[in-house]
Design a protein around this ligand. Structure first.
Ligand SMILES: [Zn+2]
Ligand SMILES: [Zn+2]
Length: 340
């Protein structure tokens, strides 16, 4: 099969791999339709996040079941989305239902150290495969995994309807966070330095039905920004900005992944202002079916700006600013099989 693997020095290499085969009775083989490029992938390709050289990258995948073992619930042709956050079910964290903090993730992180979905096929255990609701488009479904991350982080923030949530970064995750918070009844202050992304965000989000206002702005626009009780850093390196923008007794949620980011904080300031700094991880497994249900009500497909055939992956790298001149899109999707 065709695959995009992680090469030396953060390159993405088009290679041929043997088709993966069913080995366990509950294995499911999926013919990949398309995979969203995640901020984490961008992080890997720019040296901000570690991954195993040679791995098939990609984890935000949808496709059709191609074959399934006798212990699987699926039959060939089923339309599915994958939950790429695998867990072992046996360690103390899994026993406590904190599946996202599973202690045995080494070798199981899809697209990072276990082969992912920038390919024609992927094989996964049955419990990490979810059937799509009838009529849900591939484009909406491919954003369900990011939505699960967003839900998990909004849960950690305990947002309150009617209050304003400050979201740092208007990348795909920032956009989905803003869309979801608006749907849940919060106002949103979306802060983004890049003028192209600000414009795109305003265009994509302005007409959503919302009970509280959306403002898209730049950091430091028109004097000190209003403080809000909840600040979500979808970039992962903006804790200092987040601490400046959060109100007394507020919560900062660190959501973006940046292995290199370091921030100096003043503990006394956190103590005096009664702040909480929360890391929620990507998402816990029960968030996934919740995200799938919520996706029926959110126009998630709007965050997709480009579909790029797998064989033209260099173009995708330009669009997400790994090569070329900065971001030229929001969610870019790698198409393995044009089933649209
Ligand atoms: Zn992702
Ligand atoms: Zn575990």
């Amino acid at each position: 099969m065709r695959a995009l693997t992680l090469g030396e020095n953060g390159t993405l290499v088009r290679t041929e791999r043997p088709d993966p085969r069913l080995t366990e009775p509950d294995d499911v083989r999926i013919r990949v339709v398309q995979t969203g490029i995640c901020g984490t992938d961008r992080g890997v390709l720019t040296g901000k996040f570690p991954a195993r050289t040679g791995v098939v990258m990609g984890h935000e995948a949808v496709g059709r079941v191609d074959s399934a073992g006798p212990a699987s619930r699926f039959t060939p042709g089923d339309r599915v989305v994958i939950n790429p956050t695998l867990y072992c079910s046996a360690c103390p964290q899994c026993a406590a239902a904190r599946f996202q903090h599973c202690e045995n993730k080494t070798g199981t992180e899809v697209g990072l150290d276990r082969d992912g979905s920038y390919a024609d096929y992927i094989v996964l255990p049955d419990k990490f495969v979810h059937r799509l609701p009838d009529g849900m488009s591939w484009d909406r479904a491919v954003v369900v995994e990011p939505l699960a991350c967003v839900l998990n982080n909004l849960d950690a923030a305990s947002i309150v309807p009617g209050e304003t949530v400050t979201v740092l970064g208007a990348g795909p995750i920032g956009l989905v966070t803003a869309m979801t918070a608006l749907h849940l009844g919060s106002g949103v202050l979306l802060v983004e330095t890049d003028p192209f992304r600000r414009e795109l965000a305003a265009k994509l989000l302005h007409d959503l039905p919302a009970r509280a206002p959306l403002t898209v702005t730049t950091p430091g626009a028109a004097g000190p920004a209003p403080r809000s009780r909840t600040v979500i850093d979808t970039v992962g390196s903006l804790l200092d900005t987040a601490l400046r923008l959060v109100d007394t007794a507020g919560t900062v949620v660190i959501m973006g992944f940046d292995d290199r980011a370091r921030v100096t904080v003043q503990p006394l300031d956190i103590l005096r202002r009664g702040l909480r700094i929360v890391g929620a991880g990507d998402y816990n497994a029960p968030s996934f079916p919740r995200a799938l249900a919520l996706a029926e009500h959110l126009p998630l497909e709007r965050v997709i700006t480009h579909h790029i055939p797998l064989d033209e992956h260099q173009r995708a790298l330009e669009l997400i600013g790994v090569t070329g001149h900065g971001y030229q899109g929001a969610k870019v999707v790698i198409v393995s099989d044009d089933d649209h």
